[in-house]
Design a protein around this ligand. Structure first.
Ligand code: ZN
Length: 362
């Protein structure tokens, strides 16, 4: 009896160990990351309590165009973000989701909703050249695509090593893949540490360094930019594209893109767009920083901001689980509403005018 019980215990332990191994290996993870960087266990970090789990960022706090994020501590939430679609992801000939995620799979990497690409600073009037993706200090920052490092360190704004640069410690990659014959670059700013050097070749998923809050930043996050060189201008002058149209969505999730016009028939400058997810589960809301409604915006007009060559959009939102969404725009005292579908791995495109309301273009 004693021996049988002992054997049973061994079998149970063996089964448990096997289940653990299967569970660990079932989670897709780039091999380079798994080998090079021990990942903190999300459950080891306390979740923010009700009092601290305020919606952020706090609007109106931003004082500079390039890179600002709120003071709140970014803490991993107990939710799982599916891996991205295989790269390059191109559901139509016009789409170019060439890039992967910026953090390892155990960290959600959803940008701050209400201070996205081309957000206009209410005080300075300048616009935000990238997206801000919050993460705990020390989270590994990954190359979103293969290419050569062309900048690593402090001083990117002027192209020479210099302390006090608004981007802080930054890395810039010139990518292997371009678009329509033009080179593409990605920039990662405010890092705590940089592990690569100019001239170095990196694969997609190569750790570039660690999330920090260096430069003009109010909390740990990555400020991510996508630039497309038009001629032979230096990368500092290359115009900016919305990274949300270049990073592959998580599997089963999609993208919403639009042209939103104002009453003068012009693309609406930094106007508010409200999106109500109608089918979300609580887990997804956790990934979206606890939001039940997404308050976001159209692009602010600026010379350095480039719309997509095909969509000519002034609004784009990635990382939306497939399902129904209610779009709400308030303009000139009228409230316009329309329910749209977001499909897995695809772009839903709409045009809004005050005369016709929302038109979904399939
Ligand atoms: Zn930023």
């Amino acid at each position: 009896m004693q021996r049988i019980r002992g054997a049973l215990v061994v079998m149970v332990v063996a089964a448990w160990a096997l289940a653990r191994v299967v569970a660990v290996h079932a989670r897709p993870m780039p091999a380079a990351v798994a080998a090079a960087t021990p990942l903190p266990t999300p459950t080891a970090v306390p979740r923010p309590g009700g009092k601290e789990a305020r919606p952020w960022p706090v609007q109106g706090r931003f004082t500079i165009a390039a890179q600002v994020t709120p003071e709140a501590e970014a803490t991993p939430l107990p939710a799982w973000l599916p891996p991205a679609y295989p790269l390059p992801w191109a559901p139509t000939p016009h789409d170019h989701f060439f890039f992967g995620r910026v953090f390892p799979p155990s960290f959600e990497d959803i940008p701050i909703a209400d201070y996205r690409f081309a957000a206009r600073d209410p005080e300075s009037g300048r616009v935000h050249g990238g997206i801000d993706i919050p993460a705990p200090l020390g989270t590994p920052v990954l190359a979103v695509g293969a290419g050569r490092v062309v900048w690593a360190g402090e001083g990117f704004t002027y192209g020479r090593e210099r302390e006090g640069d608004p981007y802080g410690l930054a890395v810039v990659i010139r990518h292997q893949l371009g678009w329509q014959g033009k080179p593409l670059y990605t920039l990662y700013a405010h890092m705590e540490a940089v592990w690569v050097q100019p001239g170095q070749w990196v694969a997609q998923g190569t750790p570039l360094g660690l999330v920090g809050s260096t430069g003009r930043s109010e909390g740990p996050h990555v400020h991510l930019e996508v630039r497309m060189q038009q001629a032979d201008e230096v990368v500092q002058y290359a115009p900016l594209l919305n990274p949300e149209l270049w990073i592959a969505p998580p599997i089963g999730w999609g993208v919403l893109v639009g042209q939103v016009y104002d009453t003068h028939g012009r693309l609406w400058d930094f106007g508010r767009v409200i999106i109500e997810p109608l089918d979300w589960t609580p887990e997804v809301q956790a990934l979206w920083q606890g939001r039940h409604v997404i308050w976001t915006h159209t692009y602010g007009r600026s010379g350095g901001i480039l719309a997509d060559p095909y969509y000519q959009e002034n609004f784009a939102l990635n990382n939306l689980p497939a399902g129904r969404y209610r779009l709400v725009i308030e303009m000139d005292g009228h409230m316009y509403k329309r329910t749209v579908m977001v499909y897995p791995g695809r772009v839903t495109f709409f045009i809004f005018t005050p005369e016709d309301g929302f038109t979904v273009v399939q």
